[in-house]
Design a protein around this ligand. Sequence first.
Ligand code: NAD
Ligand code: ISE
Length: 335
Amino acid sequence: MAVRIGVIGTGMIGRDHTRRIQQVLAGAEVVALSDYHPAAARAVRADLVPAAQVYDLGEDLIAAADVDAVLVTSTGSTHEAYVLAAIAAGKPCFCEKPLATTADGAKRIVDAEVAQGRRLVQVGFMRRYDAGYVALKQATGRIGAPIMVHAAHRNPTVPAAYGTPMAIHDTLIHEIDVLRWLLDDDYVSARVLFPRKAARAHDGLRDPQVVVLETAKGVLIDVEIFVNCHYGYDIQCEIVGEDGIARLPEPMAIQTRLNAMLQNPILTDWKDRFVDSYDIELNDFIRAAGRGTASGPSSWDGYVAAITSDACVTAQGTEGEAVAITLPDRPALYD
Ligand code: NAD
Ligand code: ISE
């Protein structure tokens, strides 16, 4: 039987995930929609799921008898309450990043899931499903023990509401998760360095910035975050090992030789860069939800990302000083 899914938050990514479930993936159907602005939910219903029920309150959607599993794709600050409600109802829940906007909030989710005694939450860290990152993880096993990582997360531009801490909570959070997964390691400290501000960065934003993370195994990671780079959406990652180097492949693109030029196009939109990963992560969610559980990036991963993000935001204010990152013991549920 198809897994009956309710979607809370029908903005950009909620709409896109609804489209995937309805038009791309098998084994699930969207039966309910909810948004703080009910008109947004009704618009998604009209465009993609005419039979879906629209709920004014996300809590009522979670409680609905015909909703088997929940997608939380609302604004980040609202995730914690909805995920906790889904856990209390015993329903599998896919939550977009961030799991919660504070480490304390993420811990409340971990505690609730542990009390339930089974995995119910998957966090939307879709890079773990990207073919390039999966290949990079395999290659990392062949280059000797990792020593350094050089990474970059570049967006062409960001809206005026995007401030300096968002470079961490909204953007770096993907590297925080995927690098920890790639290296099978945890972070022990964070530093943030600011070069001269780029001319295109608006008033409330220090851009670019370089985050330096150190891991428990002694790997030094530098991540450049440059969200006004103008030329494209560009994700780079290079791992330096004892015996060699492994590099994230560029997305597939047609190379042209034309007019005395050799050219490769560069993507401009994150939705295009990770389109396949979003499909695969949701497919994973649907399969596990059909068994009444969750797999993939866990609440624990979301909690560790939140602790690390908080340390990086603190480090933005300490002018290059290292901020320690201390993790609590991991509950056995996440082994
Ligand atoms: P958006 O602003 O387009 O959509 C958010 C929607 O949530 C809006 O329709 C808003 O009305 C609704 N909303 C706000 N408060 C609500 C509440 N209390 N209850 C129900 N709905 C509420 O934002 P978006 O770009 O779709 O991002 C949504 C989430 O997805 C964010 O947490 C964001 O970080 C995450 N995201 C993840 C990726 C990724 O690559 N994994 C990409 C984009 C966004
Ligand atoms: C956006 O919120 C995302 O999550 C994208 O994956 C990310 O790459 C982009 O920089 C963010 O703004």
